[in-house]
Design a protein around this ligand. Sequence first.
Ligand code: FES
Length: 113
Amino acid sequence: MALIRLCHTAELEASGPAAANSGRRLQVDAPDGRRLLVIEADGQIHVIEDDCPHQYFPLGDGNLQGTVLTCALHGWRFDLTDGRSLDMPGVCVERWQPVVEDGWISIEFTPLD
Ligand code: FES
């Protein structure tokens, strides 16, 4: 499967309700229409589906502490390193392993387990 280029690291922007604690991020559209979130946390780039699995609010609007992203609507927390919810056992956000070359962030558009 071919790599799909999402964005350049220079496009990531600090945002969120507490910008000082929020990683640089960008919401992008996947080729199949899904919205993805590219976010830098603890010096690592993560790519997850942007829609919260609870009620599909954009996770990119949430607050980041370390590698834990908190949905801004009802507060479900997700660990970016594995996608798992810290509040709802068995619930995960879909995530992809990014490839970063010369600042360009790409993914193989195959969901991780
Ligand atoms: S929509 Fe994210 S916790 Fe409810």
